[in-house]
Design a protein around this ligand. Structure first.
Ligand code: FAD
Ligand code: NAP
Length: 347
């Protein structure tokens, strides 16, 4: 254990319980961040030891394919603050280490509309902008106002508004040009005190049809999202996984039309006049991978987009399986899937 001016840095920490895939890997250095005043000192440590650096939230979108030869900081910057409240809206500033689902539950409890469709997404508030989290037709960008982040190179705090973040489909500037350059310390969102709920996705629609509910309340949407997700997705507490391992590909309409000749049941959702989104899960399922298992690495039997660790799979086992799926999908459909999960370690 190393101590340097209030910063408690541990050595050789096992990461298996710190990521939802649950694979074994060791971080050379490890510390928790519960006070933004520690940030300059953390960066000094990284610079003086010439270490790599990684900020970790709930570990639900990372895969360690080997040991991490550097410093991992676990984000525990907490606090929810009402910055502004009017008769119609509320502006919330949330510490980046807060749990996302707990935030959704808190907001739904207050009948603040906007993020109820994003229930049960694991992880932290600070990671939500990284891939502009989304589910059931709602994305973080829909409620996002701004975020504060610490610039690792310049050691200053910066504010990013919606435009600065360059949000896209499961994407932002923090996955691209600013990858690993900033530590997000808080996120500010705007929610509505009344509003329309969104249950356009067929899974939600049919859920309410079965229940005989035609105009669901915000609580009913929240409950439905939780129930539908629990019925389809493996719970990381029991089976290691990262949710969707790949992004849904967006392909030109002419390519889709060619595929449709061969696979008349291929689903698609329009993106622009020239582009359509094809569910990656459908492609992987059609290629025959659903339920596949090799050792303890597998493809979930209910959702082919989810790679799972049945117990003792290594990060490499999972990665190699993802490589096999990727190559097979290219060969069968001419579509190169992109991993949504962030890969670290194994340097
Ligand atoms: P981590 O996995 O800890 O980190 C992810 C990346 O963000 C890493 O590169 C990390 O360095 C970076 N990062 C984390 N915190 C910060 C910070 N404060 N500042 C800068 N960089 C940071 N995603 C969806 O979009 N929609 C879903 O519906 C969804 N469902 C899921 C279901 C399951 C069962 C699982 C396991 C995952 C699901 N995910 C989903 C993926 C994942 O939950 C989200 O991407 C989530 O936002 C990741 O949060 P995290 O705190 O666990 O991030
Ligand atoms: P689903 O309802 O079986 O649908 C399969 C795919 O088709 C989804 O990925 C979704 O794209 C797309 N889709 C379905 N209906 C659509 C519509 N009306 N308009 C546009 N696109 C549509 O999906 P699922 O696997 O059960 O997941 C449900 C939701 O939770 C999805 O939004 C999904 O993204 C989200 N989710 C995400 C993760 C993750 O790790 N990223 C994990 C689990 C669930 P989109 O993905 O673009 O919505």
């Amino acid at each position: 254990m190393l101590n340097s001016n209030g910063l408690d840095i541990q050595r050789d920490v096992q990461l298996a319980d710190l990521s939802t895939m649950g694979v074994k890997a060791i971080s050379k250095y490890f510390a928790t961040l519960d006070d933004i005043n520690l940030l300059p000192e953390i960066i000094n440590f990284v610079e003086s030891t010439h270490s790599k650096f990684l900020i970790l939230g709930g570990g639900s979108n990372v895969l360690f394919i080997g040991d991490f030869d550097g410093l991992i900081i676990k984000n525990e910057l907490n606090g929810i603050q009402i910055v502004e409240e009017t008769e119609t809206q509320v502006l919330l500033k949330i510490g980046a280490g807060e749990n996302w689902h707990a935030l959704v539950e808190f907001c739904v409890g207050n009948r603040w509309f906007g993020i109820e469709n994003l229930a049960l997404i694991p992880g932290t508030v600070g990671a939500a902008p990284i891939q502009n989290i989304g589910a059931y037709g709602v994305e973080l960008v829909d409620v996002f106002v701004e975020l504060e982040a610490f610039d690792i190179d310049n050691k200053t705090f910066n504010v990013f508004n919606k435009r600065d973040c360059k949000f896209g489909y499961r994407d932002s500037i923090f996955k691209n040009t600013l990858k690993n350059k900033f530590i997000i310390t808080s996120v500010t969102i705007r929610l509505q005190k009344s509003g329309e709920v969104n249950f356009g996705y067929s899974a939600l629609k049919s859920h309410f049809e079965t229940l005989g509910i035609s105009t669901p309340s915000i609580d009913e949407i929240f409950k439905a999202v939780v129930e539908v997700r629990q019925s389809k997705l493996p719970d990381p507490a029991f089976i290691g996984n990262n949710g969707s391992f790949f992004k849904n590909p967006v392909i030109p309409v002419f390519h889709y039309d060619e595929l449709k000749q061969k696979y008349p049941d291929i689903p698609s959702y329009p993106v622009t006049e020239q582009l359509v989104k094809v569910p990656a899960g459908w492609l992987i399922d059609k290629a025959g991978w659903k339920g596949y298992r090799k050792g303890d690495a597998g493809i979930h039997a209910k959702q082919a987009l989810v790679l799972v660790n049945y117990g003792y799979a290594s990060g490499q086992d999972i990665y190699q399986l993802s490589e096999m799926v990727l190559n097979d999908v290219i060969q069968k459909f001419g579509i190169k899937l992109e991993r949504e999960v962030n890969i670290f370690g194994g340097n």
